[in-house]
Ligand binder design. Structure first.
Ligand code: ADP
Ligand code: MG
Length: 253
């Protein structure tokens, strides 16, 4: 049974969820943790970002949600030691509809994960608060919310925090907010600093100490199908995700 199950959550697109899911997973794996990354975004960016050709995939999370017996043959090894992937295909978009009339449709992913035995399971969510994301929240022990260091950073954050709170009060009392993660931070702008201090004021200890800088190496890596560790482990972005993995591991201890 896997215990540390972390959802990377934000209903906004382009805030760094997938970049965080891939590279946090890679550095947890690098720290000798066995890690399963689950892609539940029909866009399949985490899958293709790890160099997996979506068109030649066998089973994906979609088939596994409908038939959990397929789990064992659906998890694939990645080029990173200790890092495994349960991939997504574009067909996953149909799952939102297919699951609607199925009993206990919110806990399908939880059932799937309960069959696994990893040190960490990281779930990369779509940019929407639909049934797939609800499945992730029901299945998880904690949540990381990436927010982009920009003027609209706070917008929608209050709503997200109250959704996490409501999930905790109803379907998953074990769900913990691990923290809000500031991403694409550009230290040359005073706006980034303002956003950071604003978040600090509102969130206190729930703002993660690690800040992810804006770094072109992070943006390039997925087009080569590489984690940042494989692409440029000396980059600022790589160092930041290494630090994040350490912060997450330290919190768990
Ligand atoms: N720290 C960063 N520095 C530079 N570019 C980034 C950074 N994080 C993400 N990106 C880029 O920004 C875009 C959105 O990031 P992504 O992780 O896909 O967000 P989401 O999964 O929330 O939609 C992608 O093109 C990605 O490569
Ligand atoms: Mg994404």
């Amino acid at each position: 049974m896997s215990h540390n199950i972390i959802t990377i959550l934000n209903q906004k697109g382009g805030v760094g969820k997938t970049t965080t899911a891939i590279n946090l997973s890679a550095y947890l794996a690098k720290s000798s943790r066995r890690v399963l990354l689950i892609d539940i975004d029909p866009q399949s960016n985490a899958t293709s970002g790890l160099g997996i050709d979506i068109n030649s995939l066998g089973n994906s999370i979609y088939e596994v949600l409908l038939n959990p017996a397929l789990l064992g043959t659906s998890i694939i090894e990645t080029s990173t030691n200790n890092l495994y992937l349960l991939p997504a295909k574009h067909s996953l978009s149909a799952a939102e509809v297919d699951l609607v009339n199925i009993p206990s449709r919110e806990s399908k992913l939880k059932n799937v994960i309960s069959q696994t035995d990893f040190d960490y399971v990281i779930i990369d969510c779509p940019p929407a608060m639909g049934l797939l994301t609800i499945n992730a929240l029901v299945a998880s022990s904690s949540v990381i919310i990436p927010v982009q260091a920009e003027y609209y950073a706070m917008e929608g954050l209050g709503q997200l925090l109250s959704i996490v709170q409501r999930v905790r009060e109803t379907v998953n009392p074990n769900l913990e907010l691990l923290g809000v993660l500031l991403t694409m931070y550009d230290s040359r702008t005073s706006l980034a600093e303002q956003v950071q201090s604003e978040l600090q004021k509102h969130l206190g200890g729930k703002l993660l100490k690690t800040v992810i800088p804006r770094n072109v190496r992070l943006a390039e890596a997925p087009s080569f199908g590489r984690t940042i560790l494989e692409h440029d482990k000396w980059s600022k972005g790589a160092r930041a995700y290494k630090q994040l993995a350490k912060e997450i591991i330290d919190r768990a201890n």
